[in-house]
Each structure stands twice: as structure tokens, then as C-alpha cells.
Design a protein around this ligand. Structure first.
Ligand SMILES: Cc1cc2nc3c(=O)[nH]c(=O)nc-3n(C[C@H](O)[C@H](O)[C@H](O)COP(=O)(O)OP(=O)(O)OC[C@H]3O[C@@H](n4cnc5c(N)ncnc54)[C@H](O)[C@@H]3O)c2cc1C
Length: 478
């Protein structure tokens, strides 16, 4: 099934019109109506276990990671890092200019804030770090090692924030609801540190297996990457930044053919494929909000320094937090600052005053006005918070009694049905010998699924897996 108007909701009203005009008119029914057929029963078995994230619904994340929204600039991440009255410092993945949206970017920004603070502080000062994600813990670790008295204040009853590893007896391997990958491993030391902590991780260099709704394996066409590349090149020449959706329309993507080729896949399907399995997956952003100036270029080759963590990302968090003082289940609701101190009010009504503070709550929390800053943050900080976007990526982990699929591929993607929510899957079988699949959903599909219950998410996930069950059933193994 295809919506045919797949860019609706992602493109501007203009583009929706343009696309609708490309959809062949449905023939007017004549004669006796045909009886409605009942959908074929699913070929994908019910899983034995399911776990999911819904980061946009999480009050202490309000999204998955930051993205470059239309008219925002990388400089605004630098603006966020500027100390405020030399007392207040912001950190976290959104504050990282070189690696936003990553574990190493968040950690680096926490360490940078700690260094800036140390340069200004007197020995013995009392410091509060708000947020026990990797940015906050990295900052606190450095400050504690430098001899400061540090209190980490965390809203949740656990460490790690968006790093969330679930380890329980129902699952044979640790389940990562946040990050699974070490991105750009050659430029940071995360893999060595995880090795030192005896956390297993391995290279992740898969060539994606692409399947059509009928389950046929097909070669990736360059139509989608070419369309996005052309749109970004056009946008780079414009006087003002535009949404990627508008740039796509301006460069003719709305006129891409919707007529299926031999494999049942059209040119428009290949653009949808590029957006769903790469551009939106990477940013978490809908194309009508994403900057064309700073959108990711379509990758022509798979990065050869990505690693997948199999033994539990949270071990890193626990290690950084060793011996740090953490106040759990404590939501900061007000931050007052002067030239001499910082006062914090908690949701419980308690208050405390410290010499300086590092605030590492996610961008989504800062945008939500959950925390009252008194006085209001400086103009440049507020401008950056409003301008940057918070994207959405969610995961579903499905555990089966045995594999129902017939492929050894590690990375699965689908093309030709834009109504499927989970367009990217990691097959953990070749990596761990466990019949576990991890599905990824991003952008508007993720926002819609975050609001529904586990049964509806499981149904959506199983439907998205149909292309991988078809062949296994059609050609049973000898
Ligand atoms: C689904 C998903 C997949 C990802 N995949 C990858 C990946 O494969 N590789 C990668 O490198 N990165 C990945 N990331 C991004 C990475 O997880 C984040 O960039 C990083 O963990 C952010 O760390 P942080 O410390 O900035 O924020 P957080 O981890 O969010 O920490 C902020 C902390 O502040 C706390 N807090 C919030 N509000 C308050 C309050 N009012 N008072 C007190 N405390 C508060 C929160 O509870 C949280 O603990 C992924 C993220 C998601 C969601």
C-alpha cells in the first residue's frame, strides 16, 4: 500500500498540491461494487518480548536529539556554551558544535563547560550540575577530580538520561533504548574506554538489504540521493535558508514519477526511501522543519568507523559516575543567578544555593519552559534555544522464539510503502546469535507512535516486518 502523497505533512501546502496533481485519478466505479477483501493474516509471528522508547513523550527529554532547524546556525550552539555572568554554564548534546546528537558530543560539551568553570572558580567552591546524563556526569567527574564539591541533581531515579540500557532476565542481551552506536569511532576514544570496561562492541559496516513490499530484494537506486543532493545544492545558492521540503519542491522532486518500475518501486518511492532511511533518521526531523543549509549530505559510502555496542552503553555512565554525589528524583524548576551565586529550587519545594552551576538538561526541556530562569537567559541563549530543533527517533526491540526471516543481513530497510512506520531494522542474530530485531522510527511517524500504546506499536512493527517474512514463507528452506 502507498499513500502516493508521501510527502504530505513533510512538504509545504504548495508541494502537496503539486504531488496530488501527479497522482493518477482513481477510476469512477461502475456496475456492482466488489466485496471488500479481508486483509491477509500476518506472516510475522507475535514476539515473545517487546520493549520500546517514546522519547518525545518523556518529560525529561522531550525529543531524541537536536537538529539544525530552518534558519538556525551552528554558531548558535556556540552561543549556548557562553558562560552566563560567569556563574551559569549550559552543556549537553545540543551545545556541541562539532558532534551534536551524539554521546561523544554531549560528553565533550560537559567537559568543556567544566573547564570553563574551573578557569573562573576559586578552590573549594560548591558546584551544582543539573542532569545526570553523559554531559552532566562528565562535567561533574572533571570538577570532582579538580577538587570541587559537586552535587549532581537528576530528575529521574536513574543515571544516564538518554543513555538507557535495560538489562533484565527476560532479555538475553542488554537492550538499548537510547544510543547503540559509537559514531565516528576513529575521532574519539569511546571504543577504547568500553573495551577497558569489558563492554563488548563490534564494527558496524553493513550494506543494507532493501526489500519491496512484496519481499523482493532490490538494488538501491540513486534517484533519492540525487534529488536530495540537488535540493541541498540549490538551497546553498539561495539568499536565505529554506526547509528541505521546499528545496525539494523547488528542484522538481514533486514531479518525480510515481509510476512503479519492474520491482514495483517508483522514482518517488526512492526519494521517500532516502528521506525515511537516512535524512530523517539521522536528524529525527520532518523535512518541512529541517534546514537545507545544514541538512546532512546523502552519504555515498557507509562510514567505516561506526561500532555497535552490545554489552551495555550504561556501563560507561556508571563508570564516569563512580563516587559522585547524585540527588535522584529531584526536578529543578527554577534557577536564579546573580554575579555571586546560583540558587536552585526543586519540585519538592526545597532550595539550595551554590557558587556556580552547569545545566545539562536537554534542549527539549529548555524549550518547554519547565525551568524558570531568573533573570531570563541572555538574548543569544534564548535565541539559540528557540531556533534549534528537537528531533525524534524511537526504537522497538522485538524478541522472537526463533527467527522467521531468511536473511543473514544485519541491516534491513524497505522501499515502496511509505505507510510503514519502521523502515530500518537491525538484525541482532548475526551479531549476538539471538533472534532479536531492533526497529527504528523517526520524524512524524515517531511522533505519532509515541502517543499510542504498546500493542499498537507492536502491530505497527510487525506490519513493517512483513517484507522480511514473505520470501521465507514463499520459499521454505529445504
Ligand atoms: C533513540 C536514540 C538513539 C540514539 N542513538 C545514538 C547513537 O547510536 N550514538 C550516539 O552517539 N548518540 C545517539 N543518541 C544521542 C545520545 O544519546 C545523546 O546525544 C546523549 O546521550 C545526550 O546526553 P546529554 O547528557 O546531553 O543529555 P541527557 O542524556 O538527556 O541528560 C540530561 C539529563 O537531565 C535530566 N533532566 C531533565 N530535566 C531535568 C530537570 N528539570 N531537573 C533535573 N534534571 C533534569 C534528564 O533526566 C537527563 O538525565 C541517541 C539518542 C536517542 C534518543
Amino acid at each position: 500500500m502507498k499513500r502516493r502523497t508521501f510527502l504530505i505533512g513533510s512538504l509545504s501546502g504548495l508541494s502537496v498540491l503539486a504531488l496530488s496533481s501527479c497522482v493518477p485519478e482513481a477510476p469512477t466505479p461502475t456496475g456492482t461494487p466488489t466485496p471488500t477483501s479481508t486483509p491477509a493474516p500476518s506472516l510475522v509471528p507475535q514476539p515473545a518480548g517487546m520493549l520500546r522508547s517514546s522519547w518525545s513523550e518523556d518529560p525529561f527529554a522531550r525529543g531524541s536529539y537536536s537538529f539544525a532547524a530552518v534558519s538556525s546556525t551552528p554558531q548558535q550552539r556556540e552561543d549556548l556554551a557562553e558562560p552566563i555572568l560567569d556563574r551559569l554554564f549550559l552543556a549537553g548534546e545540543a551545545v556541541s558544535a562539532d558532534a551534536p546528537g551524539t554521546v561523544q558530543g554531549a560528553r565533550g560539551s560537559g567537559q568543556r563547560a567544566a573547564r570553563a568553570l574551573v578557569d573562573l572558580a576559586e578552590p573549594g567552591e560548591q558546584i551544582a550540575v543539573i542532569g545526570a546524563g553523559i554531559a552532566g556526569l562528565a562535567a561533574a567527574r572533571q570538577l570532582a577530580d579538580d577538587g570541587f564539591t559537586v552535587m549532581v541533581i537528576e530528575a529521574r531515579d536513574r543515571l544516564g538520561g538518554r543513555i538507557e540500557t535495560v538489562a533484565n532476565d527476560s532479555w538475553p542481551i542488554p537492550v538499548e533504548l537510547g544510543p547503540s552506536f559509537i559514531v565516528s569511532a576513529s575521532t574519539n576514544s569511546l571504543d577504547e574506554e568500553l573495551t577497558g570496561l569489558e563492554v563488548s562492541h563490534t564494527e558496524f559496516l553493513p550494506v543494507p538489504e532493501v526489500r519491496t513490499p512484496a519481499g523482493a530484494v532490490t538494488e538501491v537506486s540513486t534517484v533519492g540521493t540525487d534529488a536530495v543532493t540537488e535540493a541541498l545544492a540549490w538551497a546553498a545558492e539561495q539568499a536565505q535558508d529554506t526547509a528541505l521540503a521546499k528545496a525539494l519542491v523547488a528542484t522538481g522532486s514533486a514531479e518525480l514519477s510515481m509510476t512503479d518500475g519492474d520491482a514495483g518501486v517508483s522514482d518517488a518511492d526512492w526519494l521517500d526511501y532516502q528521506l525515511a532511511t537516512a535524512t530523517t533518521l539521522e536528524t529525527g526531523a520532518p523535512t518541512d522543519e529541517m534546514s537545507s543549509w545544514y541538512a546532512p549530505e546523502p552519504a555515498t559510502t557507509v562510514a567505516d568507523d561506526t561500532r555497535i555496542v552490545l554489552g551495555g552503553y550504561s556501563t560507561l555512565v556508571d563508570d564516569v559516575a563512580t563516587d559522585l554525589e547524585v540527588l535522584y528524583s529531584s526536578v529543578v524548576t527554577r534557577i536564579g543567578y546573580t554575579e555571586t551565586s546560583v540558587s536552585l529550587r526543586l519540585g519538592t519545594g526545597e532550595s539550595l544555593t551554590v557558587d556556580r552551576a552547569i545545566v545539562t538538561v536537554p534542549l527539549g526541556v529548555l524549550q518547554g519552559d519547565v525551568i524558570e530562569f531568573v533573570p531570563a537567559l541572555p538574548f543569544a541563549h534564548r535565541g539559540a534555544i528557540a531556533a534549534l530543533g528537537m528531533g525524534t527517533l524511537d526504537k522497538v526491540w522485538l524478541r522472537f522464539d526463533e527467527p522467521f526471516w531468511d536473511t543473514e543481513a544485519v541491516l534491513w530497510t524497505t522501499v515502496g510503502d511509505d505507510t510503514l512506520d519502521f523502515r530500518v531494522w537491525v538484525n541482532m542474530m548475526p551479531l549476538t546469535n539471538e533472534p532479536i530485531l531492533v526497529g527504528f522510527v523517526s520524524g512524524e511517524h515517531a511522533l505519532a507512535l509515541a502517543a499510542v500504546d504498546d500493542t499498537a506499536v507492536t502491530d505497527a512493527a510487525l506490519r513493517s516486518l512483513e517484507p522480511f517474512a514473505v520470501l521465507a514463507t514463499a520459499t521454505p528452506a529445504p
